[in-house]
Design a protein around this ligand. Structure first.
Ligand SMILES: *Cc1c(COP(=O)(O)O)cnc(C)c1O
Length: 472
């Protein structure tokens, strides 16, 4: 018999494995079907190692090591796939990591919405069917100064339904400098095509003038569309048409002006050292007929697309059958209302909404947190990594202010017996994964986006990786 066959025959069978697992406390709650699937996978991996002439490790259940491996494999396999992570990347609105965190008041509202019946579509005054949108419309109008409002699934949906309502079968005029792609899956020209509107590009990439719009207007024009170039900047010899000019043209021609603000802040963030961007209130006040923005970017709320604007147009959008397909659920509504209530007092919003807290945090506060973290890491893992305190730049993210940095502090980790990319990889595989960023052959933990209550978890994850790396 060949050596390979000999090894293959030593792999235990399913029954023996299950018998061996039966007494493991940590696996008691795992359904048998799951145990079997994970075990089958584990045994197959062993088989493949042998067939590929790799070391299969221990093969006998009598040795504790095989059982430990199997238990670890089952536990990993049974972990929920959707899990919390620690964002040490320094990107505050990180689309891949869930964008905005909700404050406690919003979480309470979500809990109630999920565990209790509600007046989601029930008018408590009339006792008749109500509308879910009406529950936040007044609040949105109060904060933004708009005449009417509607909330849909996300801002991409907001742009789609606005264009479908106003420009299906017609033309939508957009500046060439504003044909943005957000994260690959949202491109203005593609969304436009799906809405049935025909894109009419005007101007040049760097400069668009009022006369470009004027010349493009025809009987077929449905909207004049402005789009925030969220994730890029055109710099140098540039110009775009002001809202005032575009609104005047729209009024003159009887064509609605729509602005997709992307992130859309309700608070002027220039006080935190960021460049001045028009707030939603300012854009509404400029006379633009419809404004759309995200719920989970700078607003700091749940995923949603908020549409505000003139009453007559918002009514048309509400009556669009697409609205039903794009509607928000009760969790979004609950989270959004509690976030918006905080905006009634600007200082409350800044103090309580995590996205704004992280933008507003003074660099000294981040430094202090970084120093504490450094000390904890040195005490626990000083033997296996070098930790240095370094000044870095954080980013707002979410396609907001792409060129602007927020001063921050990070811990640079240089592992002694691993490559930094291996460390980064192993940290992603922890029960609570830590997402840092690799820079100059070091792994950085930017403390601006690590919450106070996560420091202990970060330490746990780093310690687990360090301990396993010194063992092997
Ligand atoms: C982010 C963004 C969108 C898409 O918003 P979602 O809420 O992610 O759907 C659309 N337009 C612009 C300009 C954006 O920045």
């Amino acid at each position: 018999m060949s050596e390979k066959q000999n090894l293959l025959r030593r792999i235990p069978n399913m029954q023996d494995c299950l018998r061996s697992l039966a007494s493991v406390e940590a696996l008691q709650a795992i359904p048998v079907q799951r145990l079997k699937r994970c075990t089958r996978e584990f045994l197959e991996q062993k088989r493949q190692l042998i067939l590929n002439d790799k070391d299969p490790g221990p093969l006998s259940l009598e040795q504790g090591a095989l059982r430990d491996q199997l238990v670890a494999h089952v536990l990993r396999g049974h972990r929920p796939r959707f899990r919390p992570v620690i964002n040490a990347s320094g990107v505050i609105i990180h689309t891949n990591l869930g964008r905005s965190l909700l404050p406690e008041s919003a979480m309470d509202a979500l809990l109630a919405a999920g565990s209790r019946y509600s007046n989601l579509e029930f008018n408590l005054d009339s006792g008749k069917r109500g509308s879910r949108y009406s529950l936040v419309e007044e609040l949105i109008c109060e904060i933004t100064g708009a005449e009417a409002a509607l909330v849909v699934n996300n801002n991409a949906a907001a742009v789609l339904i606005v264009l479908e309502t106003l420009a299906r079968g017609k033309e939508a005029i957009v500046s060439r400098g504003q044909l943005v792609e957000i994260g690959g899956s949202f491109r203005i020209p593609d969304v436009m095509a799906r809405s049935g509107a025909r894109l009419v590009e005007v101007g040049a990439t760097n400069r668009t003038h009022l006369r470009d719009y004027q010349q493009a207007v025809t009987q077929e024009t449905g909207v004049l569309l402005k789009v925030h170039c969220s994730n890029y900047r055109i710099i140098g010899f540039t110009s775009e048409v002001s809202n005032q000019e575009l609104v005047a043209l729209g009024r003159e021609q009887g064509i609605p002006v729509v602005e997709d603000l992307g992130s859309g802040s309700l608070i002027d963030l220039s006080r935190f050292g960021l460049e001045k961007e028009p707030t939603v209130q300012e854009v509404v006040a400029s006379g633009v007929d419809v404004v759309t923005f995200s719920g989970d970017k700078l607003l700091g709320g749940p995923q949603a697309g908020i549409i505000v604007g003139r009453h007559s147009i918002v009514e048309q959008i509400k009556n669009n059958p697409l609205n039903r397909a794009l509607r928000i659920d009760k969790f979004t509504l609950a989270g959004l209302e509690s976030i918006l209530r905080l905006y009634l007092d600007e200082s409350e919003a800044i103090a309580r909404i995590p996205t704004l807290q992280m933008i507003a945090a003074p660099v000294e506060q981040v430094e202090e947190r970084a120093r504490r973290c450094l000390k904890m890491l040195n005490q626990r893992c000083g033997g296996s990594c070098r930790f240095d305190l370094v000044e870095v730049s954080s980013r707002v993210g979410g396609g907001a202010m792409p060129e602007q940095d927020l001063a921050s502090w990070a811990i640079a980790v240089t592992p002694l017996s691993l490559s930094p990319s291996r460390l980064e990889n192993n940290l992603r595989r922890q029960p609570v994964p830590v997402i840092g960023r690799l820079e100059d052959n070091r792994l950085l933990f930017d403390l601006r986006t690590v919450r106070e209550q996560e420091l202990e978890l970060l330490l746990e994850a780093v310690a687990a990786v360090c301990e396993s790396s010194t063992r092997t």
